[in-house]
Design a protein. Structure first.
Length: 838
């Protein structure tokens, strides 16, 4: 392929250009190899962040040795080289040519399997060294003493076709070619290792032997990956973990992390851009691998970039990614690390930039992450309020759906994925087929065109559709078992879609066959089969399951957006035998109404299910809000980023009034919501004179705000929320509001120098968590963990919140303190929508 290099100004090549050139060339010249070896350049923004953070904790930055074990075209090496030269620039003494070259030859190392990539990396380093040189004359002085190959840049593995067997995967820098002399020599190991999972592909061509060799090579290579992990774990004294460890899903990125621990000095820094699956699994090999990482290395920071995929921050990267930082040492028993999830902000992301809010950087115990595998994903989609809800749902005392199911279906034959045909096609032999008799006569389930009812008369049998043999048997690669298809049967789609009102499950009252695109729960033989089927059917449609699935699923809210059976099976499930008859009747009635009534009882279903799990109105509000806003990059969540509407803001004003009135004087209750006593439209609490009895400030300095709505097209919901925060800060500065907790953004304003007082009252409502107390502000009533107020000791007051507030002001007339999460009842957007005080 001919490249026109004349368009480049080699007097200055921006960092990253050569990496982009290499990626573009690779994917055009050999797309399959580029895909399999994961050729993707790292954007300058992300690479710069990683380099800066990697150097930050080092004491002797100027002498640091840096290694990129999968350097590609060298963006990390160039940035690290620049940083090392900058560290050597002491005062006015700019590094001379020899000093710059000594840094390059002595402190920078890069490995790769691609000759083309290494040549571009060398070009980038040569150009950078010349650019940084303050003494370019005479030109002879710029001459480099030696080739960078085998001293700065190393090639391990063979990627050219004439050097390698067809379809073989090279180990590259993970292989035995790398000298042991590199181990324990690097202060920083940084890079973006390959992400692409090793594939066992069936191209269905004539070269079957080559395909068999290729598939066998991936198994062999994954054994090498597993051996690397076990070797590192064993060297760190984690013998039991080493015995159990298996590299998950043939992923090549994790072995680079293990090797980084061998190449780095004790206490050295590891900074890697990796797929978010590193910490995204909650069970199985993936979670065990993450547990091994947490116990073997001191994780210092983790940036979850899942919300930034499909954006210009990392163009063309569709997989959720993360940025992993660690120190090369065993963690202590109480080790904590910082975790942050940059939010999807279209305007900012369109420029290739993203924002990390320091107040949203959570300090998290590594031990807690092990105990609660869902914690990191929950915090990436919600707040600590969501963590509290999830802690209630994942209580060890609660049995899951699959636990309850296996109590009566011990073999688990009546639940699972549907049949898998994998038949012979015109271009390939397909998978081996099994012949069974039960499948031939079963109608094939088809999603109804409208509604929830299955039209059995329109269903063709499996035998009529796919044929039978002379014995009347039908074939499938995985026909499953006859018990799986018996009625009453709940059929759950793997891809339920975004719509909240579309069917997410179906009840079959007759035996039907369903494909692998569905999961089935056959209740035949259960003592209360009708109620069991109805409850499973309702749970698939309720807000609670959509919320729970989003918090724990490895795919929902991540890369594939598919429902796994494990997601549904892990939902806590009540004991049907312990339920009273009235609740069983309600379950069956709601399921019948959902199937047959035109006006679906969505609200009743959600209220019933939440009450069944003992969740209060606060939990309902949290789940509703999070579901609305957690996936703003999806169709269902785009409204969270749209401009607010007049009726949405009006709803917020009403709710704000409702939530603040109980904490104020009776005079506030006399305000007419429809006809406010001032000409200002939507003015709220035009006068705060009711507060004059509390001698906080002289009357002349009282702040008397007016509440007006912003222009409908002027502010987004996030901006409106910031308006609310700035407003509360104004009230805070005037001592009208003495303590306010913003649970959405996990921040709060309070006076830190006030002693604890004894008079306080706890109030809960569907959209408020509040505390009112007389006396000075108590700093101990807030948990140090942001966003999670503790429950203070309560003091009963039969007279209600309004009279209680008046009582406190009369008897302890010092200050009123309010800790309140203001949220409307209907939607997240309304909760964010704020009002602006003049």
């Amino acid at each position: 392929m001919d490249l026109d290099w004349s368009e480049f100004d080699f007097a200055h090549i921006p960092v990253g250009v050569l990496s982009q050139v290499y990626e573009s060339f690779s994917h055009r010249a050999d797309p399959r190899t580029a895909r399999d070896t994961s050729v993707h350049y790292t954007p300058r923004t992300i690479a710069s962040l990683m380099v800066d953070e990697a150097f930050a904790p080092l004491k002797n930055k100027g002498t640091a040795k840096v290694l990129d074990p999968s350097c590609g075209a060298g963006i990390f090496l160039v940035l690290a080289f620049r940083r090392l030269v900058r560290e050597a620039w002491k005062g006015d003494e700019r590094p001379k040519t020899k000093e710059i070259q000594d840094i390059l030859y002595g402190q920078v190392r890069g490995f790769d399997i691609s000759e083309s990539a290494l040549r571009l990396a060398a070009l980038g380093l040569y150009i950078t060294a010349i650019e940084l040189n303050g003494s370019p004359r005479p030109p002879q002085a710029l001459k480099f003493p030696r080739n960078l190959r085998n001293e700065v840049l190393y090639r391990f593995g063979k990627d050219e076709s004439h050097d390698a067997k067809p379809n073989a995967f090279p180990l590259g820098s993970l292989g035995p070619e790398v000298s042991p002399d590199f181990e324990g020599t690097c202060d920083i190991v940084i890079g973006n290792p390959p992400w692409t999972r090793l594939r066992d592909e069936k191209d269905n061509d004539d070269d079957n032997e080559a395909e068999k060799e290729r598939n066998g090579s991936t198994d062999t290579l994954n054994k090498e990956f597993t051996a690397i992990g076990r070797r590192v774990l064993k060297s760190r004294g984690l013998v039991d973990l080493a015995k159990r460890f298996q590299n998950p899903d043939k992923n090549p990125d994790l072995p680079f992390l293990w090797r980084a621990l061998e190449w780095a000095k004790p206490g050295g820094v590891i900074a890697l851009a990796m797929p978010a699956r590193l910490f995204g699994r909650t069970t199985g090999k993936g979670f065990e691998a993450w547990r091994a990482v947490l116990r073997s290395v001191e994780v210092t920071g983790l940036i979850n970039g899942a919300d930034l995929r499909w954006s210009s921050v990392w163009r063309d990267v569709k997989m959720p990614f993360c940025i992993f930082f660690a120190r090369n040492t065993r963690p202590g028993p109480d080790h904590r690390f910082y975790y942050a999830t940059p939010l999807n902000e279209p305007d900012l992301n369109a420029e290739g930039r993203f924002r990390i809010d320091y107040e949203a950087a959570h300090s998290i115990s590594a031990g807690r992450v092990e105990r609660q595998p869902w914690l990191l994903k929950t915090l990436s989609l919600g707040t600590w309020l969501d963590v509290e809800v999830m802690e209630g749902l994942t209580n060890p005392d609660l049995k899951t759906l699959i636990d309850r199911w296996l109590e009566w279906d011990e073999a688990g034959n009546q639940t699972g994925e549907g049949y898998n045909r994998a038949p012979r096609t015109e271009v390939g032999p397909g998978s081996p087929q099994k012949w069974v008799k039960f499948l031939a006569k079963l109608p094939i389930f088809k999603v109804p065109e409208q509604g929830y009812g299955i039209e059995y008369s329109a269903l063709a049998t499996y035998g009529d559709t796919y044929g039978t043999n002379e014995n009347g048997e039908a074939s499938a690669n995985k026909p499953r078992r006859a018990e799986l298809f018996q009625s009453p049967l709940v059929i759950v789609p793997r891809a339920p879609g975004d719509s909240e009102i579309a069917p997410r499950a179906y009840i079959a009252t007759k035996p039907v066959a369903f494909s692998k695109s569905f999961y089935g729960y056959s209740c035949a033989g259960h003592p209360d089969a009708e109620t069991l089927a109805a409850l499973v059917f309702l749970l698939a449609h309720c807000t609670l399951f959509r919320y729970f699935g989003l918090m724990v699923s490895v795919s929902l809210g991540a890369d594939r957006m598919l429902l796994t059976k494990q997601d549904f099976d892990s939902l806590p499930f009540p004991d049907l035998k312990a339920l009273p008859t009235v609740k069983k009747t309600a379950i069956r009635n709601l399921a019948h109404r959902l199937q047959h009534e035109e006006q679906k009882p969505w609200q009743e279903i959600n209220e019933f299910v939440f009450s069944l799990y003992g969740l209060d109105a606060d939990a309902v509000q949290v789940t509703t809000d999070t579901l609305f806003a957690a996936a703003s990059y999806r169709k269902a969540g785009r409204a969270a980023l749209e401009r607010t509407k007049r009726d949405t803001r009006a709803c917020f004003i009403t709710t704000l009034r409702d939530e603040l009135e109980p904490f104020l004087d009776e005079a506030v209750m006399s305000l007419d919501r429809d006809n406010l006593p001032t000409p200002v439209e939507n003015e709220f609490l035009a006068s705060m004179l009711a507060w004059e009895r509390a001698p906080i400030l002289p009357i002349s300095k009282w702040f008397e705000p007016e509440l007006t709505l912003p222009h409908p097209d002027s502010l987004s919901v996030q901006e409106l929320h910031e308006v609310l925060w700035s407003t509360i800060r104004k009230l805070f500065s005037k001592r009208i509001v003495l303590d306010f907790t913003d649970h959405l953004n996990d921040r709060h304003a309070l006076l830190p120098d006030r002693p604890r007082t004894s008079c306080r009252r706890r109030r809960k409502s569907s959209s408020c968590r509040g505390t009112i107390c007389t006396g000075t502000v108590s700093t101990s009533s807030l948990n140090p963990r942001r966003g999670s107020p503790t429950t203070p000791r309560t003091k009963s007051a039969k007279s209600g919140p309004k009279k209680w507030a008046s009582h406190c002001r009369r008897n302890c007339p010092l200050r009123i303190r309010v800790v309140c999460r203001v949220a409307p009842h209907n939607s997240y957007a309304a909760r964010l929508a704020s009002a602006k005080f003049k």
